[in-house]
Design a protein around this ligand. Structure first.
Ligand SMILES: [Zn+2]
Length: 233
């Protein structure tokens, strides 16, 4: 899961004070400007069906319904799986709080698993996060309207093909740029990072060109090794 930075509440250009949203859907444009057109959970690239997501559901926290710091972006599948259950924030990892890249591993076929290097308590928390939005849904748990697993599998294959091409090309600099452009079109940032983990020329573009990636989560002087964002991850 891409660690992201929502940033401070956008300013109203007329008053130069924090924007006050009348409805939460008004924040959609600002969120896309900050985070790109990607689901904050599954990282799918989406246009029309990308919804303003309330981290803490408005049903249980009406005071947070219009609160910038409670917003993320979510696809229909992540949104509906998460539903409106009340959330214990501390029991999960969040893309805008933690270095969520460290919580999960993206493995062959684009499957999302708990990172094996975590402590027992961290593993439990990562597992709850996967279950919260249904990132473990696979063909074993079929759901015809849920294309996330299928899409990840396809993007994994595309990334692998382009890894081979990159290794065989003499013009690595330009091909790395083309790969980053391709990744932006498809989404699933974590898959591209996993596949190109040994190619800093691609990683650099993935970190800087996907809007809203929290770059301090990665050590650019040390092969983009992940860095914890909190005392936990
Ligand atoms: Zn999603």
């Amino acid at each position: 899961m891409r660690p992201i930075e929502r940033g401070p509440c956008p300013k109203d250009p007329n008053t130069n004070t924090d924007k006050v949203y009348k409805t939460y859907t008004e924040a959609r444009r600002d969120l896309i400007d900050r985070l790109g057109e990607y689901c904050s959970y599954c990282e799918m690239r989406l246009n029309a069906s990308l919804a303003v997501e309330h981290v803490q559901p408005k049903r249980h926290h009406p005071n947070l319904e219009l609160e910038w710091h409670n917003f993320l972006l979510a696809c229909t599948n992540c949104n509906s799986t998460k539903g409106s259950q009340d959330i214990a924030l501390d029991a999960h990892y969040w893309a805008d709080v933690h270095n969520t890249f460290m919580a999960f591993q993206y493995v062959e076929g684009g499957k999302v698993v708990v990172h094996p290097g975590l402590t027992k308590a961290q593993k439990a928390k990562a597992k709850r996060t996967i279950e919260l939005v249904g990132l473990d849904k696979t063909p074993d748990k079929p759901d015809a309207s849920d294309r996330r697993w299928q899409n990840r599998k396809e993007v994994w294959e595309i990334a692998k093909i382009n890894l081979k091409r990159l290794e065989n090309t003499t013009d690595k600099t330009n091909y790395a740029k083309a790969i980053v452009d391709m990744a932006k079109g498809y989404g699933f940032w974590s898959i591209w990072v996993a596949v190109f983990i040994n190619h800093p020329e691609v990683l650099q573009g993935l970190m800087t060109e996907f809007i809203g990636t929290y770059q301090a989560c990665f050590d650019k002087n040390n092969h983009y090794a992940p860095i914890s964002r909190t005392n936990d991850l």
